[in-house]
Design a protein around this ligand. Structure first.
Ligand SMILES: [Zn+2]
Length: 266
């Protein structure tokens, strides 16, 4: 059900609430990711300021809001807090509320929220460590399988998904092996290939082609902006995630428009 079916005030409230839920999830994923990659202490434990070590209270940890109200500084020692936190929280919030705005109160919204949580976590991991833990890919596959029953024709979705995963996982693997031979170095990481296979599962063979093209365009633009040299490794999963988001929100419209170009006089 579209949320714009409700009155505007209620719809705005639901979008804001969804933004906040997303921002909380962003804060949580960020925190786990940093603790896992730096191996500083356990995953569960009280948060503290990395500069002064002061334990942080509830009002220091509100996603997005705390950072804005504290002016990007620690309340206790006034040292600057990395903008990474607020950027990640805001991206999660926007991704979540965008899905709610597009797909309303539906199983599909929930399925995409879980998928994009996995993809955003994989992106963060790719940016900071250039690897993605396998359990993230497995979590993505689990989301696909659990939500199969909420689709009108689960068997067709399963068939298309398997086809998409094999074609794009296998295809990208083959291309990267050939490219490795030509450039005599690793061109695409194993994590990139697994993410393509996972997305082939969700989007099927047709929409996946759009996603593949979009991710290359976005990746190229980001690499140019970041001035990544040819020799340097550049995390590709954030670009794939952005492409997947576009494909999820308006893939059907783009494909319909493209096919419409070839149907003259109808
Ligand atoms: Zn501090």
């Amino acid at each position: 059900m579209s949320i714009f079916y409700f009155n505007p005030l209620l719809a705005a409230y639901m979008l804001l609430l969804m933004f906040f839920i997303g921002a909380c999830m962003g804060s949580f994923v960020n925190c786990i990711q940093i603790r896992l990659s730096t191996r500083s202490g356990s995953v569960f434990g009280r948060s503290e300021c990395p500069s002064c070590g002061h334990r942080l209270g509830v009002f220091d940890l509100l996603p997005v809001l705390s950072w804005i109200f504290l002016g990007g500084k620690c309340r206790y020692c006034k040292s600057a807090i990395s903008p990474r936190y607020v950027i990640v929280e805001a991206v999660f919030g926007l991704v979540y509320s965008g899905l709610l705005a597009r797909f309303g109160l539906s199983w599909l919204t929930l399925e995409y929220i879980l998928l994009f949580t996995v993809l955003l976590a994989a992106s963060l991991s790719d940016i900071s460590t250039m690897t993605v833990p396998d359990w993230l890919h497995i979590a993505g596959v689990a989301v696909f399988l659990v939500f199969l029953a909420t689709h009108s024709d689960p068997l067709i979705r399963l068939r298309d998904g398997a086809l998409g995963a094999v074609i794009y996982g296998g295809g990208v693997l083959a291309i990267s092996l050939i490219a490795d031979k030509i450039y005599k170095k690793d061109t695409l990481g194993g994590a990139d290939i697994k993410v393509f296979a996972l997305l082939g599962l969700f989007f099927g063979p047709v929409k996946m082609l759009l996603l593949l093209i979009l991710s290359c365009i976005i990746g190229l633009i980001l690499a140019l902006i970041a001035k990544a040299g040819l020799g340097k490794e550049f995390p590709f999963i954030p670009s794939i995630t952005a492409a997947a988001y576009i494909a999820a929100l308006c893939g059907d419209e783009v494909i319909g428009w493209y096919l419409g170009l070839f149907s003259f006089g109808h």
